[in-house]
Design a protein around this ligand. Structure first.
Ligand code: GLY
Length: 369
């Protein structure tokens, strides 16, 4: 299925500048047709060789013409979360080595979150680090995964357990790639978009919902991706390594990751955004029950997701103990303490909140029917 993306949406540039300056600035360019002008945005002649990491979902439409034009070697990996593992990192590194990539080679990751996370991690360890560019082609990766330098792979079924913080030299977002994205995947991107509104900007939250309801064909993707990248880049610039404020970006993820990981063992795995929508609703319920969030916050989030076509509940087939085991393995936790990022209202959230375990179990049940 293809989507209607309005033509002639302007382009925009954002700079992500880590405050601690441990890493150089990263340029984020958002617009239509960005892939057609990649060579004017990245100084390709500074590099001894160019490699593109991708999967079969985007190879024919987006990668083949680009690779031919810029003379890049293509490394393909299979799509699917089961391939987001350490052996895939080794495979990419082997391909780079076979292709005689040296320290001045460039890796361009063209695809969804898996490609960006895997390619970014491979680039951060190959020869102890080579430059890479993120070209996210799914809405979810355009507004979240490609920005902020988190790279990595899963370990057993725990998400992103092995990885590194490594900023790409550039993130190039071409919203034209959304045209070939299946509708379910497109909608799943709205979970991270609404999350940005919930943690930082009520007007943006409202704008996304009302603009989508006014008609998907007139929805301004450039404005939407730009606003989300702005919110995320500001947070990451202040706290690149997630010592504090960056934990806000994990809103909905403690419970969301639990549903996502548990669903991989079923016949109907959830998309990341679908799981995060469930996580945001459940965690808003938790925040209300503990008095952290204003009354009605959960209801507003739930209504917004319904309007955007995302699930707010799921048929119950999960064992609470299994979900709780994932909650206990969340990367924000310290020792036995489960530390939550929770909303206080739409537009504001807190980090490091601690809540009673019975309320967590109740929140898990709220989104299962
Ligand atoms: N996806 C959350 C973060 O980048 O921090």
């Amino acid at each position: 299925m293809t989507n209607t993306i309005a033509e002639h949406q302007a382009s925009s540039t954002i700079t992500l500048s880590p405050k601690q300056q441990e890493q150089p600035e990263s340029l984020i360019v958002i617009g239509q047709g960005i892939l057609d002008t990649l060579e004017s945005l990245v100084p390709l002649s500074d590099y001894t060789a160019r490699f593109i990491l991708t999967d079969q979902n985007v190879y024919a439409d987006w990668v083949k013409p680009l690779a031919e034009r810029i003379g890049a070697s293509v490394i393909q990996v299979p799509s699917g979360e089961q391939h987001k593992v350490l052996s895939s990192v080794e495979y990419v590194c082997r391909c780079l080595m076979k292709g005689r990539a040296d320290r001045k080679a460039l890796l361009i990751n063209v695809g969804g979150g898996l490609i960006g996370d895997l390619g970014g991690f491979a680039a951060s360890v190959y020869m102890r680090g080579i430059d890479f560019v993120q070209v996210p082609t799914t809405l979810l990766s355009q507004v979240d995964a490609s920005v902020g330098g988190k790279t990595g792979v899963n370990l057993e079924s725990v998400k992103n357990m092995i990885g590194a913080f490594q900023q790409p030299v550039a993130v190039l977002v071409d919203v034209n790639t959304l045209k070939t994205l299946p509708k379910r995947e497109l909608l799943s991107g709205f979970a991270e978009i609404l999350k940005h509104g919930i943690i930082a900007d009520e007007a943006y939250f409202e704008w996304v919902v009302s603009s989508w309801q006014a008609g998907s064909e007139t929805f301004d993707w450039v404005q939407c991706v730009e606003k989300s990248c702005h919110i995320k880049a500001a947070i990451v610039s202040a706290d690149e390594k997630e010592a504090g404020a960056r934990k806000l970006l994990n809103l909905g993820h403690t419970i969301g990751h639990a549903f996502e990981a548990a669903s991989y063992k079923t016949e109907s795995p959830l998309l990341h955004g679908e799981a995060i929508a469930l996580g945001l609703v459940a965690e808003a319920h938790l925040a209300e029950r503990t008095g952290i969030a204003a009354a009605g916050t959960c209801e507003r989030i739930s209504e917004a997701f319904k309007a955007l076509g995302l699930p707010t509940s799921i048929e119950a087939h999960f064992v609470t103990e299994e979900l709780m085991a994932y909650v206990h393995s969340d990367k924000k936790n310290l020792g036995d303490r489960i530390l939550w990022s929770l909303p206080t209202r739409i537009g504001q959230a807190v980090i490091d909140a601690e809540v009673e375990l019975e309320l967590v179990e109740e929140a898990l049940k709220i989104v299962q029917r």
